[in-house]
Design a protein around this ligand. Sequence first.
Ligand code: XIL
Length: 459
Amino acid sequence: MIFTSVDRGPAPPPRRRFLARRALVLATAGLLAAGGVGALSDTAHAATTLGSAAAAQGRYFGTAVAANHLGESAYVSTLDREFSSVTPENEMKWDAVEPSRNSFSFGSADQIVSHAQSKGMKVRGHTLVWHSQLPGWVAGLGTADLRTAMNNHITQVMQHYKGKIHSWDVVNEAFQDGNSGARRSSPFQDKLGSGFIEEAFRTARAADPAAKLCYNDYNTDGVNAKSTAVYNMVKDFKSRGVPIDCVGFQSHFNSASPVPADYRANLQRFADLGVDVQITELDIEGSGASQATSYGNVVKACLGVSRCTGITVWGVTDKYSWRSSGTPLLFDGNYAAKPAYDAVISAFGGTGGGGGGNATCSVSYSRTASWNGGFNGQVTVTAGSTAISGWTVAVTVTPPQKVSATWNGSPTWDSSGNVMTMRPNGNGNLAAGASTSFGFTVMTNGNTSAPAIGNCTAS
Ligand code: XIL
């Protein structure tokens, strides 16, 4: 439909604000933090887990897993209770699965994959082509052999796990840090040139067409020269039909590299290229309330981007973190949930019931068409800082105006017939920051004034 004229109704309400977390949650966090030794009591979080809170917002919540801890019962019970996705921390890397040429060893990775499958968890594949944890024989190959070896590695590993991996980090960390925007030196880059990246993606698509193919990197979380270089590559790939489905943002944060203020905006600009975005290796050094706030902000950034499909933290417990001294994870060394855990649950909407006490929404109105005798109005409903599962908006027209048609909503009327209360047509779920619109036709009967749009109520 082509709208002929546009005029603006009442100004949209002020930008949404994040509401303070509820005192109850803070109190619980304090108790847990003070609780110290012993596994987190299951009853404290019986209703909500990281996985279920994320699932209520249509996301997965994963963790890196190391096969050598799968014999530790507290590790496994925390993993199984809380997470809906796993990434093998080291077990799918080149040195682990193809230590010598064309000789594959999948034992440890298989252990993680079967554990995940038996618990209904998704698996992220990490990683096929990376300069690090690369066995020496790869760097020793000449150009033609290296190309063959790279494609063979991708094909063999992906076919072994075909149908079991939801997303693969096909290429990891191919860009340099700093402002150059250049590709990082590696055997692949140095011998095959920048084209190795798209070659890897094309080979990967052929090997397992159902797996989502990701490019993954660090220091790309905010808008900066490095992330812009990756952005330009993804844009180029999309424009030329090189298969790429997702971009992974490692998100290893500490005080020198904090959660960037433009994190959400950066994720969004990638999503706008037509790829999913995933937070793939999250850990945030620190402790207490400041760590908790940062974790909550990461979750909010992801929820603010509809194509942010999930978050993976880089380990279950601080004691096995690759940056253990920075205590960067959600469970301490005794598997007690830290304040950061509660902040994550809270940012996902607390009870998983569609926003809990934080559910808010806002509205904006515009006249999308008008003609002699009538006009169309459109109201856009935008969820606040947590997801919502329902909303209502009252629209009041001025007699003798009459609403003669509505769409994308389910209206009820007051006795005067002038006040229409609109609710969602079917499911009213909106992710944090996401919008939906409904519309209506007003017969003016001589009065062309704009309808009054009431506040949005969310549930
Ligand atoms: C790390 C693992 O956590 C460590 O156990 C290992 O010694 C080194 O690699 N970026 C990545 C991950 O893509 O694979 C790295 O994992 C962390 C940085």
